[in-house]
Design a protein around this ligand. Structure first.
Ligand code: NAD
Length: 481
């Protein structure tokens, strides 16, 4: 087998110790790796690099396309960008995969049958971090979800289920409220899911789904989620499995992949040979599968399960009377090495057949062909006076092709329908619709309307253009309208 180049970063805090233990196990297991080491994290940040990663590191990543990463410490204080977000976005790592398994009776968990894989969208949703303060008292964050971004994530979830012979894929959204963004995610789930008839599919509204997942995780198998719900629930599930110290994750893109533990750099434990290297070791197992060294991955994973079973535990999972030996990071790694070639006796051994194909991660995308028509505009205005006054002024605006249709505040209708009790804060969302929607509007008509709003002495803070797509409204209606 020829050696596969991989980029490795030792990170900060406990990072160097858990990485050394992990690489020692990989080497002893016969992994064919050509390791390129890069520096990332605290020192790089403190040298004045705001993203915590140097240009040479990008060159290595471009070359190897595979990244095994230890956790890093983001220094406190302003100006430092999250390295994880930078790497994910720069390399297009759109899917975050976190297998969570409980190891009862060897690691305590209320859920002995937990075996769930969280597949989280990694780039979109609220994590664009696009935020605005529009008025003195209102703040907003844009939730942007795209059809190609959603489609490839959901396809990857189904491909993953197929490759690893998982039976069911569940989707969580909040599409009863967010009918356009989460609604699209749900719809794509149904459409793509139809191409995988052998896999069971289900959808839950995220709140009750999360409650069910926390209560009865054995009812779930693979779960695909938008970014924010996935961020929260992947930690919940890892904790339900017994410890966040035990889970590894992969970040998969069409071309690149990054593997890491799910925990952070635990600075208080650093340099004491205390930390549990299991999360990073299991991430490395996922890396070995990715680079198709499946036999080595299987040896490492089974040796690790055997070590866990033998009660050889680091402090975080050690329990007096149940565990047999409390060990440090290095000794745990050595115990795994001593178990290479053995399989667990109580826990289920893993089998990664050489014949298994890796899940596909690159998918062609065909944008839908639709007729897009501009039918109106929401003009958000800051107006300190009474609504009647605002309505009177807006209605005087002589827009030839647009009518004032409604005014809402924080999504709640306040005119022509509204209740006096509604708190009025932040901008008013004034909706103008084309007098004749079938004709559509020009952008010039919108510019003229804005000119008239400005001339009426009303301060607008932003606009959103309103379109229909094949006649279907591409905008939400306000509540109570
Ligand atoms: P953390 O995960 O580092 O620690 C949380 C708790 O878990 C601590 O009590 C810690 O001692 C324990 N712990 C974590 N990993 C362990 C291990 N392998 N073995 C034994 N115990 C372990 O989270 P935190 O304290 O919130 O963050 C510390 C630093 O890590 C911060 O600078 C944060 O930005 C960074 N961080 C980095 C990553 C990453 O690089 N992927 C992820 C999360 C946090």
């Amino acid at each position: 087998m020829s050696k596969v180049p991989v980029t490795v970063a030792y990170g900060d805090g406990i990072g160097p110790e858990i990485m050394a233990a992990t690489l020692a196990v990989l080497e002893a297991a016969g992994a064919e790796l050509e390791v390129e080491t890069i520096e990332i994290g605290r020192e790089v940040y403190l040298r004045g690099n705001a993203s915590g990663i140097e240009p040479e590191a990008w060159e290595s990543l471009r070359r190897t396309k595979v990244f095994l990463k230890a956790p890093i410490t983001t220094p406190q204080g302003g100006g430092y960008k999250s390295l994880n977000v930078t790497v994910r976005k720069a390399l297009g790592l759109y899917a975050n995969i976190r297998p969570c398994v409980s190891y009862v009776p060897f690691v305590e968990s209320k859920h002995p049958d937990l075996d769930v894989v969280i597949v989280r969208e990694n780039e979109e949703d609220l994590y664009g971090g696009i935020e605005y303060r529009q008025t003195g008292d209102s703040y907003q964050c844009l939730k942007i979800m795209t059809r190609p971004g959603t489609e490839r994530l959901i396809r990857y979830g189904f491909e993953y289920a197929r490759s690893y012979r998982r039976k069911k894929v569940t989707c969580f959204t909040k599409d009863n409220i967010m009918k356009l963004t989460d609604g699209m995610f749900h719809r794509v789930f149904e459409e793509v899911g139809a191409e995988y008839p052998e896999i069971e599919k289900e959808h839950w509204i995220v709140d009750i789904g999360a409650a069910k997942l926390a209560d009865t995780p054995q009812a779930f198998d693979v779960v695909v989620l938008p970014n924010l719900y996935g961020d929260i629930l992947s930690d919940v599930v890892a904790q339900l499995a017994g410890s966040v110290g035990l889970a590894g994750s992969s970040n998969i893109g069409a071309e690149y992949a990054m593997f890491e533990a799910i925990h952070g750099s635990a600075p208080r434990r650093a340099g004491q040979n205390l930390a549990n290297p299991s999360g990073l070791l299991l991430a490395a197992v996922q890396m070995l599968l990715h680079i198709r060294q499946r036999g080595v991955a299987e040896r490492v994973h089974n040796a690790w399960l055997r070590t866990l079973e033998e009660g050889i535990h680091t402090y975080d999972i050690f329990r007096e009377g149940k565990s047999r030996q409390k060990v440090g990071t290095k000794e745990f790694g050595q115990a795994v090495i001593a178990n290479l070639g053995k399989t667990p006796q109580t826990l289920k051994p893993v089998h990664y057949g050489e014949e298994t194909e890796n899940p596909r991660s690159s998918f062609p995308y065909r944008p839908p062909e639709e007729r897009k028509v501009l039918v109106g505009v929401d003009v958000f205005v800051e107006f300190p006076g009474r609504i009647d006054d605002l309505v009177a002024r807006l209605r005087q605006i002589g827009a030839e092709r647009l009518d004032l249709q409604s005014i809402a505040n924080r999504g709640m209708s306040v005119w022509p329908f509204g209740l006096g009790e509604t708190l009025l804060a932040g901008p008013f969302q004034c909706r103008f619709l084309a007098k004749d929607a079938s004709l559509g509007l020009s952008q010039r008509a919108i510019v003229e309307l804005l000119g008239a709003v400005e001339a009426a002495g009303i301060e607008f803070t932003k606009t959103e253009l309103l379109y229909t797509f094949n006649g279907v409204e591409g905008f939400s209606r306000s509540q109570g309208a």
